[in-house]
Design a protein around this ligand. Structure first.
Ligand code: OGA
Ligand code: NI
Length: 371
């Protein structure tokens, strides 16, 4: 897609970016109204429906990698850990990490503070209601297309970095501990992301801070989307989150410890991830796929829901500085291996998901340079 085309799209969408195209319906309200059937807007076409909503993982799981040796003398050697991460990034685009250095108590506190927030009555949360311009706050849809199919989830989106976008007034003030907990959680995840980014660079034969530099050094972005998936009366017809790849650099997901839901696409099947206790699920986003010229894969994933358990997950996104062009790293391209993607800033890139909603991997695929 050439740059001019994208600029035109931004212009034509501008009029609709200040508000949602229709009155927002909170999925929590629908779930609490004891509906006997699912409203049409949440019914997916047959080809997109989950094949099973059983609360059980598939036999295959994404790789689980123990990071202990990266941070201390104990555990596996750096070489072994790095080789495992390399394989996971090329093949799966997804892996779980354990012994990652973030305290289990902090992980639980973060999830449970958010669960309490989402358990408040809908009315109490409307003051945080978000708009499609920034997405910050309490939301119930991605994309601004009128009449679009909707997913069975509410969410909360906020910025942690850069510092000028971090605004406590846009964060919830209930429960009373939530701001402090998110703040500490965010700092820990920024540190963990920095460590993983160094491994990703080194594994491509680059100097260890190459990715971080390409992301804009100190001025990178970090944000949090907390997803709330209420119980769904007809889970076999709906999705909690439609298939998508994450538009940013890298995602670190804290899944619900009790309820399965995340599915990752492997070839043509959907693998239900079985979360390991106190593990994080790490995945490559589109920006790292682009920087690595597609050596690392940003893989499609989706979320299924169920009728007897709600689910809460925290998706932390580590992103490039939003106004610098991102393109395949020079060190990784040659005449035999030409750059697959033209330069684009993350601000431009993420407008796609913000206006179109989740659309599988179509965005990164349509972004491939014309040959
Ligand atoms: C996301 C996402 C998965 C989940 O927020 O981008 O893919 O398990 N979440 O909630
Ligand atoms: Ni995602």
């Amino acid at each position: 897609m050439n740059k001019n085309k994208i600029d035109v799209k931004i212009e034509t969408k501008k009029g609709s970016m200040d508000e949602w195209p229709e009155p927002i319906v909170r999925v929590q309200s629908l779930a609490e109204s004891n509906l006997s059937s699912l409203p049409d807007r949440y019914i997916k076409p047959a080809s997109l429906r989950p094949t099973t909503t059983e609360d059980a993982p598939t036999a295959t799981n994404i790789p689980i990698i123990d990071l202990e040796g990266l941070f201390s003398e104990e555990g596996l050697s750096d070489d072994v850990i790095m080789a495992r991460i390399s394989e996971a990034c090329r093949g799966w685009g997804f892996f779980q990490v354990v012994n990652h250095g973030v305290k289990p108590e902090l992980m639980d506190a973060a999830r449970e503070n958010w669960r309490e927030f989402f358990h408040m009555p809908v009315n109490a949360k409307e003051t945080y209601s978000n708009s499609p311009r920034t997405y910050e706050g309490y939301g119930s849809r991605l994309g601004v297309e009128k009449g679009a199919s909707l997913d069975w989830s509410d969410y909360y989106f906020l910025h942690l970095l850069p510092h000028h976008l971090k605004d406590f007034n846009k964060w919830p003030s209930f429960p009373p501990t939530i701001r402090e907990v998110i703040d500490e959680y965010g700092e820990e995840l920024v540190k963990l992301s920095g460590r993983i980014m160094r491994v990703l660079s080194t594994n491509l034969g680059l100097k260890e801070d190459k990715f971080q530099e390409a992301f804009g050094g100190e001025n990178i972005g970090a944000c949090l989307r907390v997803n709330y998936y209420p119980k769904c009366p007809r889970p076999e017809l709906a999705l909690g989150l439609s298939p998508h790849s994450d538009p940013g650099g890298m995602t670190i997901l804290l899944p619900d410890d009790q309820v399965f839901g995340l599915q990752v696409r492997k070839d043509d099947t959907w693998i239900t991830v079985k979360p390991h206790p106190h593990a994080f699920i790490v995945n490559i986003g589109d920006q790292i796929q682009i920087l690595s010229n597609s050596t690392y894969k940003s893989v499609e994933h989706r979320v299924i829901v169920n009728s007897d358990k709600e689910r809460v997950s925290l998706a932390f996104f580590y992103n490039p500085k939003s106004d610098i062009p991102i393109q395949p790293l020079q060190e990784l391209v040659s005449t035999h291996n030409p750059p697959l993607y033209p330069p684009m800033t993350f601000d431009q890139y993420r407008l796609f998901i913000r206006t179109q909603g989740p659309q599988g991997k179509s965005h990164v695929e349509s972004h491939i340079s014309p040959r």
